[in-house]
Design a protein. Structure first.
Length: 319
């Protein structure tokens, strides 16, 4: 699903032509186990949660012309971005996206048995009988409104009274959205920190290292493997280069490019036989990934060299 298709899938939720509602769930973490609980809310609050969702989708997707929407396997450093999860392996902790749609199997949050202190995140299922999607937002301690931390007062009639129960802030925005079977990652930081995504990166990067080894571009491949195993951010960059056309080129063509590049020629060194690169330093290993990503560009207009961390391929029929 590309960006235009995503916009088309989201539009019915926000164009006002369909009646939709949002059902709220808590995701509790009790003894390292994630437990779903349905939340009983007032009709007024349910409408506000729905409106909050509509506002977010409009701001983030529908009216955000500059938004980049890329596959998660693509290593990109843009700020205004959302990712489509395109890895085969999915962390088990994300099973709640399937579990939450099993109507009738989820207990309601009970103030006598369940505890807000166990709140890990909140989920909303938005839509109607014809179409629906699921959102997730990680809950953080700062979102709690607890009476033992501050004295919360609010107006009631002509006087001020104290808040009687603990609560939390339901902020606008989401970290993950699942729509039409596609998982949309809005907060990569949340995915990496709370859902064992590092294990997925490790497997994927190891697979790509096998491809690099088969190309015979690197003499000291074992050293590169060890470096990757100890460096999570490097694994991410490795995966971002897995669709590179560079490894399909003749090595002589690649080494000739490096030899004439003002920066690369001083960092990417050849072995004695000049048949492969010898990546002896950490910097050379990092630069090699940028080479695979084709990040070193030359302007046809000015003949200047550039490093481009983010690139959009130009379509021939673009106007």
């Amino acid at each position: 699903m590309n960006k235009q298709q995503l916009i088309e899938k989201l539009t019915p939720y926000v164009n006002g032509e369909h009646q939709i509602s949002a059902v709220l769930y808590f995701l509790l973490k009790v003894d390292d186990e994630l437990i779903l609980k349905k939340v009983d809310v007032s009709n007024e609050l349910q409408q506000k949660i729905t409106n909050q969702f509509i506002s977010f989708v409009n701001d983030k997707f529908i009216n955000n012309d500059d938004l980049s929407y890329l596959n998660l396997s693509t290593h990109d450093e843009r700020k205004n971005i959302a990712y489509r999860y395109d890895f085969e392996q999915i962390p088990e902790e994300l099973d709640f996206f399937n579990d939450v749609n099993r109507v009738g199997e989820i207990d309601t949050f009970n103030f006598g048995e369940d505890f807000l202190d166990d709140l890990f995140g909140h989920i909303t299922v938005v839509g109607n009988e014809e179409f629906k999607l699921t959102t997730f937002r990680k809950h953080h301690p700062i979102d709690f409104v607890k009476r033992d931390r501050r004295l919360y007062i609010f107006p009631a009639a002509e006087r001020f009274v104290e808040m009687q129960r603990d609560g939390f802030i339901l902020n606008k925005g989401y970290d993950l959205i699942k729509v039409n079977g596609d998982l949309i990652v809005i907060s990569l930081k949340t995915l990496e920190k709370y859902f064992s995504f590092d294990k997925v990166l490790e497997v994927e990067s190891e697979e790509f290292l096998v491809t690099i080894e088969a190309s015979n571009f690197i003499e000291n491949i074992d050293e590169l493997k060890e470096f990757a195993s100890l460096n999570k951010s490097y694994q991410r960059k490795l995966i971002g280069a897995k669709n590179t056309p560079v490894l399909g080129m003749q090595f002589n063509a690649v080494s000739s490019f490096v030899a004439t590049h003002p920066k690369l020629k001083n960092i990417l060194k050849l072995n004695e036989a000049k048949s492969a690169f010898n990546l002896s330093s950490a910097n050379s290993k990092k630069i090699f990934i940028k080479l695979l990503n084709d990040d070193y560009l030359n302007s046809d207009l000015t003949d200047l060299n550039y490093t481009a961390n983010s690139k959009d391929k130009i379509e021939v029929n673009e106007e």
